[in-house]
Design a protein around this ligand. Structure first.
Ligand code: NDP
Ligand code: PYC
Length: 343
């Protein structure tokens, strides 16, 4: 039987599972929030499906469930650095956000660098947290080698997500958030579990031939979105959010991790920009001008990114989140057995 839970009840259940598995309060609270937000907003590839992978990574000793992030020394006022100390990225982001916002307001532009973190989550919760401060946000990170560069045949780049947010006074922000592969790897795994073929153009097999078989795709390589354009943006993310911040690139992550069934450990780059500071003394109010642009987009019948997600959120907050029988059973099993429930 399917089961419907209120959003707070689901969050409590997820948090209890993470604590039962041995995570401390800092890690379990931040993770439960982001996993529940994924489920609430209809983003199945980064919702409760991610719990098992997080626990597997914990059991393999590749992430520290007892980590307490700390603000690290930085060479510049414009760069806030947080050491995740081998824990998950989300509590480290939470810790750095207030200082990031303060510096972005002061300087116009500031960066938050998170080092030595495990990252499995969607980026939009972080982008929305930045827009809540009236700032624009740009967030990116590598993952593990799973995407072939355009013209290549084997996994090298990560699925490297990038997300952007623009604050909109009185209404939800403009936010996009996507992998630089055609889709997130989580989508391929969800197709495999559901026994569904992939659409054409998502992946190649281990011989470099196009495939619609999810298992062959997981053994082969995913493809970048938009051909050479996605390939170049994915490479930029390796450079900015890997090499530049002194952290791991996706091929280095895979070498260390040894498997794509575990959550990847690397760094993350978060930029916050003050539209008010950049536009000062120039034409018009940037927020009013942005609204005219959004109206023009919608005026053509197009939708803004995240509108589907915000609608799903509104539904979940009033009606709750419905889990399938298998999902509800999985949560029960993880709560009852803790780390013994995962390989
Ligand atoms: P999708 O292709 O599902 O969605 C990408 C974005 O495009 C969303 O903002 C979506 O808004 C928007 N969008 C979709 N269709 C339209 C449309 N017709 N018009 C306007 N906007 C549209 O994303 P991906 O599969 O590429 O990525 C899913 C998630 O996976 C992301 O949240 C990403 O952060 C995460 N991810 C995380 C990784 C990690 O290492 N941590 C790695 C890779 C991905 P809407 O949601 O409203 O549909
Ligand atoms: O879905 O591509 C993905 C992904 C990789 C790491 C976390 N999510």
């Amino acid at each position: 039987m399917s089961q419907t839970l209120s959003v707070p009840a689901l969050q409590d259940r997820v948090e209890a599972i993470l604590r039962r598995a041995g995570m401390n309060d800092v890690q379990s609270t931040a993770l439960a929030r982001v996993i529940t937000a994924g489920e609430r907003d209809g983003c199945k590839s980064h919702g409760i499906y991610r719990i098992e992978g997080s626990l597997r990574t914990l059991k393999a000793g590749k992430v520290r469930g007892d980590a307490r992030p700390e603000i690290a020394a930085s060479t510049s006022r414009g760069i806030v650095r947080v050491d995740a100390r081998g824990g998950f990225s989300n509590p480290a982001f939470d810790m750095g956000l207030p200082l990031l916002a303060e510096r972005a307001r002061e300087l116009g532009l500031a960066a938050l660098v998170v080092n030595d973190c495990t990252h499995f989550a969607a980026l939009w919760p972080e982008v929305e947290a930045i827009t809540d401060h009236g700032l624009a946000g740009l967030v990116m990170c590598p993952s593990y080698a799973s995407v072939a560069p355009t013209g290549g045949k084997s996994p090298l780049l990560g699925t490297n997500p990038i997300a952007f947010g623009w604050p909109r006074p009185g209404q939800p922000p403009y936010v996009f958030d996507f992998a630089t592969s055609v889709v997130a790897r989580g989508e391929i795994e969800l197709h495999r579990r559901a026994g569904q073929p992939l659409p054409e153009g998502w992946a190649i097999d281990a011989d470099g031939q196009p495939t619609t078989d999810p298992a062959a795709a997981l053994a082969g390589a995913m493809l970048p979105f938009g051909g050479h354009k996605g390939s170049a943006i994915g490479t930029m993310i390796e450079l900015l959010a890997g090499v530049m911040i002194g952290d791991l690139t996706s091929p280095e992550v895979l070498d260390i991790l040894g498997a794509t069934t575990l959550a990847p450990m690397h760094g993350e780059l978060i930029l916050a920009l003050s539209p008010a500071a950049f536009a000062a003394g120039r034409r018009g109010d940037p927020f009013a001008r942005a609204e005219r642009l959004f109206e023009a987009i919608k005026g053509q019948g197009a939708r803004l990114p995240s509108e589907r997600r915000f609608a799903a959120r509104a539904r979940a907050l009033s009606e709750g989140v419905t889990l399938t029988e298998a999902e509800a059973e999985q949560l029960d099993r993880l709560l009852a057995r803790g780390l013994d429930a995962v390989d």
